[in-house]
Design a protein. Sequence first.
Length: 385
Amino acid sequence: MSAHPANFSAIVRGAGPTGSLAALAMARAGWQVTLYDPSDTAALMGRRRAYAITHSSCQLLQKLGLWGAVAPHCHPFDRLELLDLGSRSRTAFAVRDAVGWIVEHQALQKQLLQACNDQSGLQLSLGEEASIASDRDQLTVIAEGGGSPSRLDLGIGFPGFRYRQGCLTALVQLDRQCSPTTAWEVFRPEGPLAVLPLGKGRTQVVWSAPQQQCEQRTNLSDKTFLEQLNNALPSEVTAIGLHDQPAWFPVEWRIASRLGRGTTLLCGESAHRCHPVGGQGLNLCWRDVETLARLASDRHCDARSLVRRYSRRRWLDLLGVLLATDGLVRLFSNRNQLLIALRRWGISLLNYCAPLRRLSLNLATYGPKGILLTTGWQQLNNQRS
Protein backbone atom coordinates (compact mmCIF):
# COMPACT_ATOMS: atom_id res chain seq x y z
CA MET A 1 0.00 0.00 0.00
CA SER A 2 1.24 3.45 -0.85
CA ALA A 3 2.13 5.84 1.93
CA HIS A 4 0.30 9.11 2.47
CA PRO A 5 1.90 12.40 3.45
CA ALA A 6 2.17 12.96 7.17
CA ASN A 7 -0.84 15.34 7.22
CA PHE A 8 -3.22 12.51 6.30
CA SER A 9 -4.50 11.62 9.73
CA ALA A 10 -7.59 9.92 11.07
CA ILE A 11 -9.43 9.21 14.30
CA VAL A 12 -11.34 5.94 14.62
CA ARG A 13 -13.98 6.00 17.34
CA GLY A 14 -14.79 2.52 18.58
CA ALA A 15 -12.22 -0.24 19.07
CA GLY A 16 -14.35 -3.34 18.58
CA PRO A 17 -13.51 -5.79 15.78
CA THR A 18 -14.66 -3.36 13.07
CA GLY A 19 -13.05 -0.23 14.50
CA SER A 20 -9.78 -2.02 15.26
CA LEU A 21 -9.59 -3.46 11.76
CA ALA A 22 -10.43 -0.08 10.21
CA ALA A 23 -7.63 1.58 12.19
CA LEU A 24 -5.15 -1.10 11.11
CA ALA A 25 -6.18 -0.82 7.47
CA MET A 26 -5.67 2.93 7.45
CA ALA A 27 -2.38 2.80 9.34
CA ARG A 28 -1.04 0.22 6.90
CA ALA A 29 -2.07 2.53 4.06
CA GLY A 30 0.22 5.19 5.53
CA TRP A 31 -2.23 7.28 7.55
CA GLN A 32 -1.51 8.50 11.07
CA VAL A 33 -4.33 6.97 13.10
CA THR A 34 -5.65 7.34 16.64
CA LEU A 35 -7.94 4.53 17.78
CA TYR A 36 -10.19 5.73 20.61
CA ASP A 37 -12.67 3.92 22.82
CA PRO A 38 -13.95 4.85 26.30
CA SER A 39 -13.94 1.14 27.22
CA ASP A 40 -10.70 -0.42 28.41
CA THR A 41 -9.18 -3.62 27.03
CA ALA A 42 -10.95 -5.90 29.51
CA ALA A 43 -14.33 -4.45 28.63
CA LEU A 44 -13.67 -4.69 24.89
CA MET A 45 -12.77 -8.36 25.23
CA GLY A 46 -15.61 -9.17 27.60
CA ARG A 47 -18.33 -9.93 25.06
CA ARG A 48 -19.51 -13.55 24.96
CA ARG A 49 -20.26 -14.40 21.37
CA ALA A 50 -18.83 -15.98 18.24
CA TYR A 51 -18.66 -14.82 14.64
CA ALA A 52 -18.92 -16.61 11.31
CA ILE A 53 -16.13 -15.43 9.01
CA THR A 54 -16.60 -15.78 5.25
CA HIS A 55 -13.94 -15.90 2.56
CA SER A 56 -14.37 -12.18 1.85
CA SER A 57 -13.34 -11.42 5.44
CA CYS A 58 -10.53 -13.98 5.28
CA GLN A 59 -9.19 -12.32 2.12
CA LEU A 60 -9.29 -8.89 3.78
CA LEU A 61 -7.30 -10.22 6.74
CA GLN A 62 -4.80 -11.76 4.33
CA LYS A 63 -4.36 -8.46 2.47
CA LEU A 64 -3.66 -6.71 5.77
CA GLY A 65 -1.21 -9.41 6.90
CA LEU A 66 -3.41 -10.46 9.83
CA TRP A 67 -4.69 -13.88 8.82
CA GLY A 68 -1.62 -15.67 10.16
CA ALA A 69 -2.34 -14.35 13.67
CA VAL A 70 -6.12 -14.86 13.54
CA ALA A 71 -6.32 -18.22 11.74
CA PRO A 72 -5.14 -20.39 14.69
CA HIS A 73 -8.17 -19.17 16.64
CA CYS A 74 -10.65 -19.91 13.85
CA HIS A 75 -12.44 -23.23 13.49
CA PRO A 76 -13.22 -24.12 9.86
CA PHE A 77 -16.44 -25.77 8.78
CA ASP A 78 -16.55 -27.55 5.43
CA ARG A 79 -20.28 -28.19 5.32
CA LEU A 80 -23.30 -25.97 5.87
CA GLU A 81 -26.63 -27.74 6.29
CA LEU A 82 -29.76 -25.73 5.59
CA LEU A 83 -32.91 -27.27 7.04
CA ASP A 84 -36.45 -25.89 6.74
CA LEU A 85 -38.66 -27.61 9.28
CA GLY A 86 -41.82 -26.00 7.93
CA SER A 87 -41.48 -27.52 4.46
CA ARG A 88 -39.53 -30.56 5.69
CA SER A 89 -36.85 -29.93 3.10
CA ARG A 90 -33.10 -29.45 3.26
CA THR A 91 -29.97 -28.83 1.24
CA ALA A 92 -26.26 -28.65 1.95
CA PHE A 93 -23.30 -26.55 0.84
CA ALA A 94 -20.03 -28.49 0.93
CA VAL A 95 -16.52 -27.24 0.20
CA ARG A 96 -13.36 -29.30 0.48
CA ASP A 97 -11.36 -26.51 2.15
CA ALA A 98 -13.87 -24.47 4.16
CA VAL A 99 -17.25 -22.85 3.69
CA GLY A 100 -16.15 -20.46 6.41
CA TRP A 101 -14.72 -20.20 9.92
CA ILE A 102 -16.09 -19.62 13.41
CA VAL A 103 -14.11 -17.50 15.87
CA GLU A 104 -14.89 -16.41 19.41
CA HIS A 105 -14.98 -12.69 20.10
CA GLN A 106 -12.38 -12.69 22.85
CA ALA A 107 -9.72 -14.41 20.75
CA LEU A 108 -10.40 -12.21 17.72
CA GLN A 109 -10.46 -8.97 19.69
CA LYS A 110 -7.22 -9.86 21.46
CA GLN A 111 -5.37 -10.43 18.17
CA LEU A 112 -6.68 -7.22 16.63
CA LEU A 113 -5.78 -5.07 19.63
CA GLN A 114 -2.33 -6.65 19.77
CA ALA A 115 -1.81 -5.85 16.09
CA CYS A 116 -2.96 -2.27 16.74
CA ASN A 117 -0.53 -1.96 19.62
CA ASP A 118 2.34 -3.15 17.42
CA GLN A 119 1.42 -1.06 14.37
CA SER A 120 3.56 1.99 13.64
CA GLY A 121 1.55 5.13 12.95
CA LEU A 122 -1.33 3.92 15.14
CA GLN A 123 -1.94 5.28 18.63
CA LEU A 124 -4.28 3.45 21.02
CA SER A 125 -6.40 5.50 23.41
CA LEU A 126 -8.56 3.10 25.42
CA GLY A 127 -10.47 3.54 28.64
CA GLU A 128 -10.33 7.32 28.54
CA GLU A 129 -13.42 9.50 28.78
CA ALA A 130 -11.77 12.69 27.52
CA SER A 131 -12.72 13.55 23.96
CA ILE A 132 -10.06 13.77 21.28
CA ALA A 133 -9.91 17.03 19.36
CA SER A 134 -9.77 16.83 15.59
CA ASP A 135 -9.12 19.44 12.96
CA ARG A 136 -11.45 20.17 10.06
CA ASP A 137 -9.38 18.24 7.52
CA GLN A 138 -8.92 15.13 9.64
CA LEU A 139 -10.88 12.01 8.77
CA THR A 140 -13.10 10.59 11.52
CA VAL A 141 -14.35 7.00 11.28
CA ILE A 142 -17.31 6.20 13.54
CA ALA A 143 -17.39 2.51 14.51
CA GLU A 144 -19.14 2.70 17.86
CA GLY A 145 -21.93 0.21 17.17
CA GLY A 146 -25.68 0.59 16.83
CA GLY A 147 -26.07 3.02 19.72
CA SER A 148 -23.39 5.38 18.38
CA PRO A 149 -23.46 8.73 20.25
CA SER A 150 -21.27 10.31 17.55
CA ARG A 151 -23.82 9.49 14.86
CA LEU A 152 -26.46 11.19 17.01
CA ASP A 153 -24.22 14.24 17.43
CA LEU A 154 -23.88 14.45 13.63
CA GLY A 155 -27.64 14.56 13.30
CA ILE A 156 -27.71 11.50 11.04
CA GLY A 157 -30.92 9.50 11.31
CA PHE A 158 -30.97 5.74 11.90
CA PRO A 159 -34.38 4.63 10.58
CA GLY A 160 -35.58 1.06 10.76
CA PHE A 161 -37.48 -1.23 13.09
CA ARG A 162 -37.11 -3.80 15.82
CA TYR A 163 -38.06 -7.39 15.07
CA ARG A 164 -40.54 -9.18 17.27
CA GLN A 165 -37.90 -11.88 17.46
CA GLY A 166 -35.02 -11.72 19.85
CA CYS A 167 -31.78 -13.65 19.55
CA LEU A 168 -30.54 -16.02 22.27
CA THR A 169 -26.92 -17.14 22.31
CA ALA A 170 -25.38 -19.97 24.29
CA LEU A 171 -22.12 -21.91 24.25
CA VAL A 172 -22.97 -25.61 24.43
CA GLN A 173 -21.20 -28.96 24.35
CA LEU A 174 -22.32 -31.41 21.70
CA ASP A 175 -22.37 -35.17 21.75
CA ARG A 176 -19.22 -36.78 20.32
CA GLN A 177 -21.17 -38.27 17.43
CA CYS A 178 -21.99 -34.80 16.04
CA SER A 179 -19.87 -33.67 13.09
CA PRO A 180 -17.23 -31.16 14.31
CA THR A 181 -16.99 -29.43 10.91
CA THR A 182 -20.67 -29.00 10.04
CA ALA A 183 -22.56 -25.77 10.66
CA TRP A 184 -26.35 -25.60 10.59
CA GLU A 185 -28.96 -23.00 9.67
CA VAL A 186 -32.31 -24.35 10.82
CA PHE A 187 -35.40 -22.42 9.78
CA ARG A 188 -38.24 -22.80 12.26
CA PRO A 189 -41.61 -20.96 12.25
CA GLU A 190 -40.59 -19.07 15.40
CA GLY A 191 -37.27 -17.99 13.85
CA PRO A 192 -33.93 -19.33 12.54
CA LEU A 193 -31.49 -21.29 14.67
CA ALA A 194 -27.79 -21.44 13.84
CA VAL A 195 -25.28 -24.01 15.09
CA LEU A 196 -21.68 -22.77 14.80
CA PRO A 197 -18.93 -25.32 15.61
CA LEU A 198 -15.93 -24.08 17.61
CA GLY A 199 -13.99 -27.35 17.87
CA LYS A 200 -13.72 -30.04 20.55
CA GLY A 201 -17.50 -30.32 20.60
CA ARG A 202 -17.99 -26.72 21.70
CA THR A 203 -20.65 -24.94 19.68
CA GLN A 204 -22.20 -21.49 19.65
CA VAL A 205 -25.98 -21.64 19.29
CA VAL A 206 -27.76 -18.56 17.92
CA TRP A 207 -31.48 -19.13 18.54
CA SER A 208 -34.04 -16.62 17.25
CA ALA A 209 -37.53 -16.64 18.76
CA PRO A 210 -40.16 -14.21 20.07
CA GLN A 211 -38.55 -11.98 22.67
CA GLN A 212 -40.66 -13.27 25.55
CA GLN A 213 -39.57 -16.84 24.82
CA CYS A 214 -35.91 -15.76 24.64
CA GLU A 215 -36.16 -14.11 28.04
CA GLN A 216 -37.91 -17.10 29.57
CA ARG A 217 -35.31 -19.51 28.23
CA THR A 218 -32.44 -17.58 29.80
CA ASN A 219 -34.02 -18.24 33.22
CA LEU A 220 -34.42 -21.99 32.79
CA SER A 221 -32.33 -24.55 34.62
CA ASP A 222 -29.51 -26.07 32.58
CA LYS A 223 -31.39 -29.36 32.26
CA THR A 224 -34.63 -27.75 31.07
CA PHE A 225 -32.81 -25.42 28.70
CA LEU A 226 -30.95 -28.32 27.07
CA GLU A 227 -34.20 -30.26 26.74
CA GLN A 228 -35.88 -27.37 24.92
CA LEU A 229 -32.81 -26.76 22.78
CA ASN A 230 -32.59 -30.41 21.72
CA ASN A 231 -36.27 -30.31 20.74
CA ALA A 232 -35.40 -27.44 18.39
CA LEU A 233 -32.16 -28.90 17.00
CA PRO A 234 -32.03 -31.30 14.03
CA SER A 235 -31.85 -34.99 14.92
CA GLU A 236 -28.15 -35.13 13.94
CA VAL A 237 -27.21 -32.62 16.65
CA THR A 238 -27.48 -33.26 20.39
CA ALA A 239 -26.44 -30.79 23.10
CA ILE A 240 -25.24 -32.45 26.30
CA GLY A 241 -23.91 -29.51 28.34
CA LEU A 242 -23.80 -25.74 28.82
CA HIS A 243 -20.54 -23.77 29.01
CA ASP A 244 -22.05 -20.40 29.89
CA GLN A 245 -25.25 -18.67 30.91
CA PRO A 246 -27.53 -18.15 27.90
CA ALA A 247 -28.15 -14.51 27.07
CA TRP A 248 -30.45 -12.77 24.62
CA PHE A 249 -30.57 -9.45 22.81
CA PRO A 250 -33.14 -7.64 20.65
CA VAL A 251 -32.73 -7.77 16.86
CA GLU A 252 -33.07 -4.70 14.67
CA TRP A 253 -33.11 -3.73 11.00
CA ARG A 254 -31.63 -0.25 10.57
CA ILE A 255 -29.62 1.76 8.08
CA ALA A 256 -28.29 5.30 8.48
CA SER A 257 -29.94 7.95 6.34
CA ARG A 258 -26.45 8.83 5.07
CA LEU A 259 -23.05 7.20 5.51
CA GLY A 260 -21.01 10.34 6.04
CA ARG A 261 -20.96 14.07 6.50
CA GLY A 262 -18.00 16.33 5.80
CA THR A 263 -14.90 14.45 6.90
CA THR A 264 -16.76 11.91 9.05
CA LEU A 265 -18.01 8.51 7.91
CA LEU A 266 -20.01 5.72 9.53
CA CYS A 267 -18.57 2.21 9.52
CA GLY A 268 -20.00 -1.10 10.69
CA GLU A 269 -23.02 -1.23 12.97
CA SER A 270 -22.91 2.53 13.45
CA ALA A 271 -24.25 2.61 9.87
CA HIS A 272 -26.38 -0.53 9.65
CA ARG A 273 -27.87 -3.41 11.60
CA CYS A 274 -29.44 -6.58 10.25
CA HIS A 275 -30.87 -9.88 11.45
CA PRO A 276 -28.10 -12.39 12.29
CA VAL A 277 -29.54 -15.00 9.90
CA GLY A 278 -26.83 -16.22 7.55
CA GLY A 279 -24.01 -14.83 9.70
CA GLN A 280 -23.85 -11.59 7.71
CA GLY A 281 -23.25 -9.12 10.56
CA LEU A 282 -19.47 -8.95 11.00
CA ASN A 283 -18.76 -9.78 7.36
CA LEU A 284 -20.91 -6.88 6.15
CA CYS A 285 -19.11 -4.58 8.61
CA TRP A 286 -15.74 -5.76 7.36
CA ARG A 287 -16.75 -5.12 3.75
CA ASP A 288 -17.16 -1.51 4.93
CA VAL A 289 -13.55 -1.73 6.11
CA GLU A 290 -12.46 -3.26 2.79
CA THR A 291 -13.90 -0.27 0.90
CA LEU A 292 -12.31 2.14 3.38
CA ALA A 293 -8.92 0.40 3.02
CA ARG A 294 -9.05 0.61 -0.76
CA LEU A 295 -9.85 4.33 -0.71
CA ALA A 296 -7.28 5.05 2.01
CA SER A 297 -4.57 3.62 -0.26
CA ASP A 298 -5.27 6.27 -2.91
CA ARG A 299 -2.81 9.06 -2.13
CA HIS A 300 -4.91 11.53 -4.16
CA CYS A 301 -7.99 10.92 -1.97
CA ASP A 302 -8.28 13.42 0.89
CA ALA A 303 -10.71 13.06 3.80
CA ARG A 304 -13.70 14.78 2.18
CA SER A 305 -13.27 12.97 -1.10
CA LEU A 306 -12.85 9.65 0.72
CA VAL A 307 -16.13 10.12 2.62
CA ARG A 308 -18.04 10.93 -0.56
CA ARG A 309 -16.62 7.97 -2.48
CA TYR A 310 -17.10 5.60 0.45
CA SER A 311 -20.76 6.58 0.74
CA ARG A 312 -21.42 5.99 -2.95
CA ARG A 313 -19.69 2.61 -3.04
CA ARG A 314 -21.30 1.04 0.02
CA TRP A 315 -25.01 1.56 -0.69
CA LEU A 316 -25.58 -1.37 -3.08
CA ASP A 317 -23.98 -3.95 -0.79
CA LEU A 318 -25.70 -2.63 2.34
CA LEU A 319 -29.18 -2.44 0.85
CA GLY A 320 -28.77 -5.79 -0.89
CA VAL A 321 -27.78 -7.64 2.28
CA LEU A 322 -30.27 -5.90 4.55
CA LEU A 323 -33.15 -6.60 2.19
CA ALA A 324 -32.01 -10.20 1.64
CA THR A 325 -31.71 -11.05 5.34
CA ASP A 326 -35.07 -9.44 6.10
CA GLY A 327 -36.63 -11.34 3.20
CA LEU A 328 -35.24 -14.66 4.46
CA VAL A 329 -36.65 -14.09 7.93
CA ARG A 330 -40.08 -13.18 6.58
CA LEU A 331 -40.10 -16.05 4.07
CA PHE A 332 -39.17 -18.78 6.56
CA SER A 333 -40.60 -17.57 9.90
CA ASN A 334 -44.22 -18.39 9.15
CA ARG A 335 -46.70 -21.20 8.45
CA ASN A 336 -48.23 -19.78 5.27
CA GLN A 337 -48.95 -22.78 3.01
CA LEU A 338 -48.17 -20.93 -0.22
CA LEU A 339 -44.80 -19.80 1.12
CA ILE A 340 -44.08 -23.30 2.44
CA ALA A 341 -44.66 -24.67 -1.06
CA LEU A 342 -42.41 -21.97 -2.52
CA ARG A 343 -39.66 -22.80 -0.02
CA ARG A 344 -39.92 -26.51 -0.80
CA TRP A 345 -39.60 -25.80 -4.52
CA GLY A 346 -36.65 -23.44 -3.99
CA ILE A 347 -34.70 -25.86 -1.80
CA SER A 348 -35.37 -28.68 -4.26
CA LEU A 349 -33.97 -26.48 -7.03
CA LEU A 350 -30.83 -25.87 -4.95
CA ASN A 351 -30.39 -29.61 -4.48
CA TYR A 352 -30.42 -30.29 -8.21
CA CYS A 353 -28.60 -27.21 -9.51
CA ALA A 354 -24.92 -26.97 -8.55
CA PRO A 355 -24.38 -23.55 -10.23
CA LEU A 356 -27.25 -22.14 -8.17
CA ARG A 357 -25.63 -23.40 -4.97
CA ARG A 358 -22.36 -21.76 -6.00
CA LEU A 359 -24.15 -18.52 -6.78
CA SER A 360 -25.92 -18.62 -3.40
CA LEU A 361 -22.62 -19.02 -1.56
CA ASN A 362 -21.01 -16.25 -3.60
CA LEU A 363 -23.85 -13.87 -2.73
CA ALA A 364 -23.65 -14.80 0.96
CA THR A 365 -19.86 -14.30 0.90
CA TYR A 366 -19.39 -11.18 -1.23
CA GLY A 367 -22.79 -9.50 -1.30
CA PRO A 368 -24.38 -8.38 -4.61
CA LYS A 369 -21.05 -8.43 -6.47
CA GLY A 370 -20.98 -12.20 -5.87
CA ILE A 371 -23.36 -12.56 -8.80
CA LEU A 372 -20.44 -11.65 -11.09
CA LEU A 373 -18.20 -14.42 -9.75
CA THR A 374 -18.27 -17.69 -11.71
CA THR A 375 -15.20 -19.39 -10.23
CA GLY A 376 -13.23 -19.15 -7.04
CA TRP A 377 -12.81 -20.51 -3.56
CA GLN A 378 -15.93 -22.71 -3.47
CA GLN A 379 -15.72 -24.09 -6.99
CA LEU A 380 -15.69 -27.66 -5.63
CA ASN A 381 -19.02 -27.15 -3.85
CA ASN A 382 -21.55 -29.29 -5.41
CA GLN A 383 -21.79 -32.83 -5.31
CA ARG A 384 -25.48 -33.51 -4.90
CA SER A 385 -26.42 -33.85 -1.24
